[in-house]
Design a protein. Structure first.
Length: 562
């Protein structure tokens, strides 16, 4: 894995370097401009790391701006969640938090200026008529019958639109460019529409609202953004972005140098869906447990799952920035999380599928301590005591009556070491009436405790983990996996919901090392042998944490993750 601290050059950095060398800009100013109509997802994490990272690397500034131009879909809930997500990823914006709605007076004034200069007109066609006149990729559009209204007529209608005289859809303000343009986005695009709806920020002050494509470049110009970085689907909108800012600069509305829009390839990640429409389907159809379900590719879900901000930054740096669409395998993101968690997560012991181990020759009522490192590669983290007693919990898979070839764990007559503890020899097992194993029996060798004289005289191949039954903490553990069982959910004509992995969430009751009872919400650990887990930030209670699996110890996908 490449060192995330080494900044790899890319075409955006090359543009910035050239602009600075030419003296075009004194300082770099970028922005992350989410629409507050949903929760941020993994693709947004890439954009956040790119925009804030560039500003940081070039000693500039990055703005957090909410493009709240559609009052019918935006809510304060989404504003709050976006702020929390960006902060969680480790970025800050100081005083540079803005809302498109704060610029509504300027946008309205700029629209008036465009009307007065003959660059915009009020169209009274229906939506269906406008679509019919728009043309196709191979056929030019047709001018609206209202295109030649005088500036005075257009201003009057626009003012009456603002005054609330007309219902939604009665009129719309359009830029006057070229209905024969080869770029459909330049065929007199709509820039203002009537919406009688309450806005989360401005209330009922307005009943006309700017279109996103009109508002966005104005916001960039008013905030002195230098490089307006967006994904490739906006590439065809760049000519209008430039046309609008050039007209407004000529009219003295905005200052130069003007911002420049730069497009990069969006994140395409296997085994997930990032479409807002599909995410809504998953949530509203109750295929997941809400927007913060740890299986969803939302940042609030990733946080609850135990993914880390550092892992997302490492991922963003690793996949880089290109102009070409490409698919990134989910294992790359999981690997970045795994690498960071391996460095930072203390080790603990958990038995996920417990069966009782009875040490028949261990003195009744006796207890003692074994010691385990908190991190095997970090001796400075020290060791912790693990209570030991005559009855333990072990993994059910660590015992079989008739072992297959190469099996070195417990079976009658075989010796293994209890990790950090004693060597034991299996003597048999107890079964219930249905033949299920309910307890395994063994004897221990008192002089074989790890780290004690004589321990090395017992040569064993097997090593199993355990927790003391008397001291263990029984807790709910959720074994999360990929939400979809196929690489490209919904490929072709298939319903993407049919590709949901039925084993993406398995809830068990596990027996955990006693120290885990004090885990704080969002505290992360490696459960030895099992992977990386986090104390759930929603359902954990003081002294009673519940744990979610973030990732396994290694990439186990292939025929189903373990």
């Amino acid at each position: 894995m490449a060192d995330p601290e080494i900044k790899v050059s890319n075409f955006i950095r090359n543009i910035i370097d050239a602009d600075l060398a030419a003296g075009k800009y004194v300082a770099i100013r970028t922005r992350f401009p989410p629409e507050p109509n949903g929760y941020l997802h993994f693709g947004h994490a890439k954009s956040i790391c790119l925009n804030f990272g560039l500003a940081q690397d070039y000693s500039g500034a990055c703005h957090l701006r909410f493009d709240d131009t559609n009052p019918e879909k935006e809510e304060q809930e989404y504003v709050d969640s976006i702020i929390d997500a960006v902060k969680w990823l480790g970025w800050s914006w100081g005083d540079n938090q803005f809302f498109a709605s704060n610029y509504f007076p300027w946008m309205y004034e700029f629209a008036e200026k465009l009307i007065e200069a003959g660059h915009a007109y009020v169209d009274s066609q229906s939506a269906e008529e406008m679509r019919a006149h728009r043309g196709t990729l191979t056929e030019a559009g047709k001018n609206s019958p209202f295109r030649e209204r005088t500036p005075a007529e257009n201003l009057d209608l626009f003012h009456r639109m603002k005054a609330g005289e007309f219902p939604d859809g009665a009129h719309i303000l359009r830029a006057k460019i070229d209905m024969a343009s080869g770029n459909i986005n330049l065929r007199d695009p709509a820039i203002y529409r009537i919406r009688h709806a309450e806005h989360h920020n401005t209330g009922n002050t307005w009943c006309v609202y700017p279109m996103y494509t009109f508002a966005h470049p104005i916001e960039d110009a008013l905030e002195n953004i230098t490089h307006s970085i967006c994904t490739l689907e906006f590439e065809d909108q760049r000519p209008f972005y430039d046309w609008l800012l050039q007209r407004l600069a000529e009219l003295g509305c905005v200052n130069t140098p003007l911002p420049q829009q730069i497009e990069f390839a969006r994140l395409n990640l296997s085994y997930v869906v990032l479409s807002k429409r599909k995410l809504i389907q998953l949530v509203e159809g109750k295929h997941v447990d809400g927007w913060d379900d740890p299986r969803l590719p939302t940042l609030v879900g990733a946080r609850r799952r135990g993914f880390t901000p550092e892992g997302f930054r490492r991922f963003a740096e690793m996949i880089g920035v290109t102009k070409s669409d490409a698919w990134i395998d989910m294992s790359v993101l999981e690997g970045c999380m795994r690498d960071h968690l391996n460095e930072t997560a203390p080790r603990r012991i958990a038995v996920l599928d417990p069966v009782k181990l009875v040490i028949d020759n261990y003195p009744a009522g006796q207890e003692e301590e074994c010691f385990a490192p908190n991190h095997p590669q970090k001796p400075e983290w020290g060791k912790r005591p693990i209570p030991f007693s005559g009855e333990l919990w072990i993994e059910r898979e660590d015992f079989v009556e008739t072992p297959p070839k190469g099996y070195f764990r417990l079976f009658p007559g075989n010796k293994v070491r209890l990790r950090y503890g004693f060597v034991i020899e299996c003597t048999g097992c107890d079964k219930d009436a249905d033949g299920n194993i309910v307890a395994v029996h063994c004897n221990y060798f008192a002089d074989s405790k790890s780290g004690t004289p004589g321990a090395d005289t017992y040569k064993v191949k097997g090593n199993i983990h355990w927790v003391s039954a008397r001291h263990a903490y029984a807790a709910e553990v959720r074994l999360y996996d990929r939400l979809f069982a196929v690489e490209a959910p919904g490929a072709g004509d298939r319903d993407f919901l049919a590709d949901i992995n039925p084993h993406s969430k398995i809830v068990i009751t596990a027996q955990l090392e006693a120290a885990l009872k004090d885990a704080a919400p969002e505290e992360r650990f490696q459960f030895e042998r099992h992977g990386y887990f986090v104390a759930d930030r929603v359902d954990s209670q003081p002294g009673a944490p519940m744990f979610n699996r973030a990732v396994t110890l290694k990439d186990s996908w292939g025929g189903g993750a373990k």
